[in-house]
Design a protein around this ligand. Structure first.
Ligand SMILES: C[S@@+](CC[C@H](N)C(=O)[O-])C[C@H]1O[C@@H](n2cnc3c(N)ncnc32)[C@H](O)[C@@H]1O
Length: 192
């Protein structure tokens, strides 16, 4: 990744629950965290939100080992939480209802076509920190005490028009200034 600053950073623990709440998880959902780091997102999706299955895919063997230890300590079997050592670009995203992403701009740029091509209609995607290029988000939220915003999308993904893309960029710039915002819907771009 070209942004070493976020390469090993985890979504803050308090943020994980808020991120997962935003996904409106159901008990038959299958979730994947692309680049799962220490594994908190899949573990909490299964433990707290009771999804059918949560998967993490991660390139770093040490992080996958740690994630598997956590799942085992929480008595979450591989039928509930699975950590795959591998490249997210090798995974078929078509089988997932929910995709979570905390990646660099470069990785997101590479992911866009894959998300476009593989996600089934109705699949939800939440990206922490950065938006999915100029795709049209359903929601942008900045929870209290969480450093960066979450962006929620629903497949089929659509590109923003030029004016909307500018407005999105302005709102993102606004996030950088407003440090103390409550969990508030800052922008809602509801399609259709
Ligand atoms: C910013 S961390 C996010 C960790 C976790 N998802 C979270 O939110 O706490 C990004 C992770 O993605 C992993 N990663 C980067 N590129 C990857 C790829 N192509 N396939 C799988 N994992 C990747 C990195 O090793 C790193 O652990």
């Amino acid at each position: 990744m070209s942004s070493p600053s976020i390469q090993r950073v985890s979504t803050p623990y308090s943020g994980v629950v808020k991120l997962l709440r935003l996904c409106e998880l159901a008990s038959d959902d299958v979730l994947v965290d692309l680049g799962s780091g220490e594994g908190a997102i899949p573990a909490l999706a299964a433990l707290v939100f009771g999804v059918r299955k949560a998967v993490g895919v991660e390139l770093d063997p040490a992080l996958v080992g740690k994630s598997r230890e956590t799942a085992s300590a929480l008595r979450l079997g591989v039928d509930r939480v699975e950590f795959i050592l591998g490249d997210m670009f090798s995974l078929d995203l078509g089988k997932f209802d929910v995709v979570t992403i905390f990646q660099s701009q470069e990785t997101i740029g590479r992911l866009l076509q894959k998300l476009f091509a593989e996600l089934g209609d109705g699949a939800r995607v939440v990206s922490y920190l950065l938006p999915l290029g100029t795709m049209s988000p359903l929601k942008l939220v900045r929870p209290a005490r969480i450093e960066y915003p979450f962006y929620l999308y629903k497949a089929p993904l659509e590109y923003l028009g030029d004016d909307e893309a500018v407005r999105l960029l302005q709102e993102i710039a606004g996030f950088a200034e407003g440090a103390e915002r409550e969990w508030a819907l800052v922008s809602a771009s509801i399609r259709g």
